[in-house]
Structures are given as structure tokens and as C-alpha cells.
Design a protein around this ligand. Structure first.
Ligand SMILES: Cc1ncc(COP(=O)(O)O)c(C=O)c1O
Length: 398
């Protein structure tokens, strides 16, 4: 099957819910992807944040192959060695006290569990979420997702959530009450364009939650597993939530998510009140065990921190030179570059030059590369981007 043929099939038979890139990728190693014609690309998109350990990391490939030969599926109602191994590994790296875990298959699912937990544990219904927040597109997670583009058509199906401006603790103080079950937020907002929580914000929310016996939920689906330079983004502000949602990179590219909570909170869900047929199957657990080993042993959070600081400085240098760059922000290897104009053309031209980038809204470029990316690869990406931004600025002036 050639490129044209496979694109035709996907366009005809795949739900048209994705804005497609003009790319057919068939192979990946580390931070490099190859299309069906053998062309090579530097991956600065990282599968929307999935590929923290890079594509086809040999230790994950090996772990999956080995587990495939032994046992692929095993329902949560039956004990399994790989699941037990993973749960122990997770607790070891999790924020202190988040010792009980529900295993699922995606980020949205991990949020569904968190919301159910909050309602069940507190006996309250009200949830506070943030403007620009993103938590997924299943109905519960979508209720807490801010963008009207996603929520609008389904509004009548969703349960009401109070949105407050991200970073504004005074506004939270105004709306929180003894009826509030939980506050849910991303410590660094990803999908909406990389907005870092201002210092003191998370701590302030922690205090408000303690005062009102409200649960604090951190959605670390995109920020977790070292992406921001710490294992969890919440560590930048020394704040521990009651519930944490994770997914994306958890199983090295295989679909997996988890909701971690304090044991007394997790125990609010009784037998039968939540479940997932595939959640925590041995195959993904084996992949997740290997992924955590790689992240810890290769010290990827530290690598994200060092490379991220350097990369951010390169992008800030571009901003100093070019008026069209409005802002550069982020932490670790989770960085956004905001242009004053639409960046779609730049994105397409970057692909032509062998760099795959991601965008948020119309004018923000998002960098979520694998944490194993090499400095020279980031250097090449930034040089190409600078060239394209210079060209764009020139065209706009003339
Ligand atoms: C912070 C956050 N939460 C939840 C989700 C939803 O994850 P999934 O697409 O795996 O359902 C995402 C996906 O981008 C996310 O960034």
C-alpha cells in the first residue's frame, strides 16, 4: 500500500474527528520517525506527549515481547504478577501518600475515575475546574474541559462545573464552599498552549481544599513521568493532591492510564462501583514497568530539566530577535512558543524540512519531544523553526 492509498482509506473509513497531518508514519526509533517513503523526521510532538522514552525503546520492546509470550490479558478480578510489580513501582515514585491506584486505559478514563471518587468520597456534587483546562473528551472529563469547541455540542449532557480563571486563587476562594467536592486542574496547562501555574497557586488551593474538606485533583496526564523536569509537575511547588490522574507516557506508547489516590479516598469506591475490562492487563503493565525503570534509571526528569532549560534559552533568543514571537513559556521539555499570527503554515513547512511540531489553538507551537531526544536534534529543530519564523515575519512586513 502506498501513501496515497492508505490516506484514502483512512479518510474514507476513519471517523473524521482528527485534523490530519499530511504524514504517514510507519517507523520510529528514539526521537526519529520515518514516513512510508523512507523520509526521516525529528519528532518534537512526541505523540501528543506519549513518547517520553522515545519510540520503540529497546527495553520496552523486549518487555512487551517477553510478556506477549507469557500472558496478554488478565482481568482485574484475578491476581497477576506484572500488575503487582507495576503497582509497587508506581507507589515508590508517586507523591507521598497516594498509595492506592485504579488502572485504566487512557487519560480521560483516569479523570472519570477521579471525578467519581470525589463525588462518592465527599457526598457532594460541585466541582471547580479552570479556564483553559483540558481533561479529555468522555462526558465526565469533558464537563471539566473548558474549551466550548469541545463542550458546546454536548452541553445538555454534562454535569455543571464552575470554571475559575487559572492562576487566580482569590476567584477560587470566592466560589469554593462546603458543597465543593473537588478542584481539578493541570499544574501546567498543556492542550490550551502551555501555561505554568503561578508560584503559590497550588499551595493556596491545597489550603483552601483543607479548609473546606474538598479534594484536590491534579491532572498530570501530560505533565507526569518527568516531562517538566520533575517526576510530577506538582513537585515544582511541593504540593501533594488527594487524587492524581496519569496516562500518556505511562506504558511507553501502549494505551494505559491510572488514578492514584490516598487510600481512604480510593476506598470510597466499593466493589462494582468502578471497573475496566482491559485496565491493568499484564501486557501494558509489563510495558509500564519497563517504562518506569527507564525513566528512573536513565534519570529522564533530570535530562528534561537540563535540555529544557537549554532549549528554552534558544527559543527565548529567537523571541528577542523576532517581533512575531509573542511569548515562550514552559518547564522542562514542555514548552510553548506563541506567535502573534497563525502558525499553521509554519507547521506544514517544518514537516517539509523534516521536523514534526505540535500546535495549540491557531497561534501556539507546542514542544513535547521524547525526553531521550539529543541536543543536536533539538538544535536542528530550533534552527529550522527560526528560519521559518524569519521568513514569516518578512512576508508579513512586505
Ligand atoms: C491534561 C490532560 N488530561 C486528559 C487528557 C485526555 O487523555 P486521553 O486522550 O488519553 O483520553 C489529556 C490529553 O491530551 C490531557 O492533556
Amino acid at each position: 500500500m502506498n501513501e496515497k492509498e492508505l490516506m484514502k482509506i483512512e479518510n474514507q473509513f476513519f471517523a473524521s474527528v482528527y485534523q490530519k497531518f499530511p504524514l504517514a508514519i510507519v517507523k520510529g526509533r528514539g526521537a526519529v520517525l520515518w514516513d512510508i517513503n523512507g523520509r526521516e523526521y525529528i519528532d518534537c510532538m512526541g505523540g501528543y506527549g506519549v513518547n517520553i522514552v522515545g519510540h520503540c525503546h529497546p527495553r520496552i520492546v523486549e518487555a512487551v515481547k517477553k510478556q506477549c509470550d507469557k500472558l496478554i490479558s488478565c482481568h482485574g478480578s484475578i491476581y497477576n504478577d506484572k500488575r503487582a510489580e507495576l503497582l509497587e513501582k508506581l507507589v515508590k515514585i508517586a507523591p507521598h501518600g497516594l498509595d492506592k491506584t485504579f488502572l485504566c486505559n487512557s487519560g480521560a478514563e483516569s479523570v472519570e475515575c477521579a471525578l467519581k471518587l470525589a463525588v462518592k468520597y465527599t457526598g457532594r456534587k460541585e466541582i471547580i475546574a479552570m479556564t483553559r483546562g483540558f481533561h479529555g473528551k468522555t462526558l465526565g472529563a469533558l464537563s471539566a474541559t473548558w474549551n466550548k469547541k469541545y463542550r458546546g455540542p454536548f452541553h445538555s449532557l454534562l454535569f455543571p462545573i464552575k470554571f475559575v480563571p487559572f492562576g487566580n486563587a482569590e476567584k477560587v476562594e470566592e466560589v469554593i464552599s462546603n458543597e465543593t467536592a473537588a478542584i481539578i486542574l493541570e499544574p501546567i496547562q498543556g492542550e490550551s498552549g502551555i501555561y505554568v501555574a503561578p508560584d503559590g497557586f497550588l499551595q493556596h488551593l491545597r489550603e483552601l481544599c483543607n479548609e473546606h474538606e474538598t479534594l484536590l485533583i491534579f491532572d498530570e496526564v501530560q505533565t507526569g513521568f518527568g516531562r517538566t523536569g520533575e517526576m510530577w509537575a506538582s513537585q515544582h511547588w511541593n504540593t501533594i493532591p488527594d487524587i492524581m490522574c496519569i496516562a500518556k507516557s505511562m506504558a511507553g506508547g501502549l494505551p494505559m492510564g491510572a488514578t492514584l489516590a490516598k487510600p481512604e479516598v480510593m476506598d470510597a469506591l466499593k466493589r462494582g462501583e468502578h471497573s475496566s475490562t482491559f485496565g491493568g492487563n499484564p501486557l501494558v503493565c509489563a510495558a509500564a514497568c519497563a517504562t518506569i525503570d527507564v525513566i528512573v534509571e536513565e534519570n529522564l526528569p533530570e535530562r528534561a530539566k537540563a535540555l529544557g532549560e537549554w532549549f528554552m534559552e534558544q527559543l527565548l533568543e529567537v523571541q528577542r530577535k523576532l517581533r512575531i514571537v509573542r511569548a515562550v513559556r514552559g518547564l522542562g521539555l514542555m514548552i510553548g512558543l506563541e506567535s502573534r499570527f497563525d502558525i499553521y503554515k509554519i507547521l506544514m513547512k517544518a514537516i517539509d524540512k523534516g521536523v514534526i511540531l505540535l500546535y495549540s489553538k491557531k497561534n501556539i507551537l507546542r514542544f513535547l519531544p521524547p525526553l531521550v531526544i539529543e541536543k543536536f536534534q533539538l538544535e536542528k529543530a530550533v534552527n529550522i523553526l527560526e528560519e521559518l519564523l524569519i521568513e514569516d515575519e518578512r512576508e508579513r512586513v512586505h
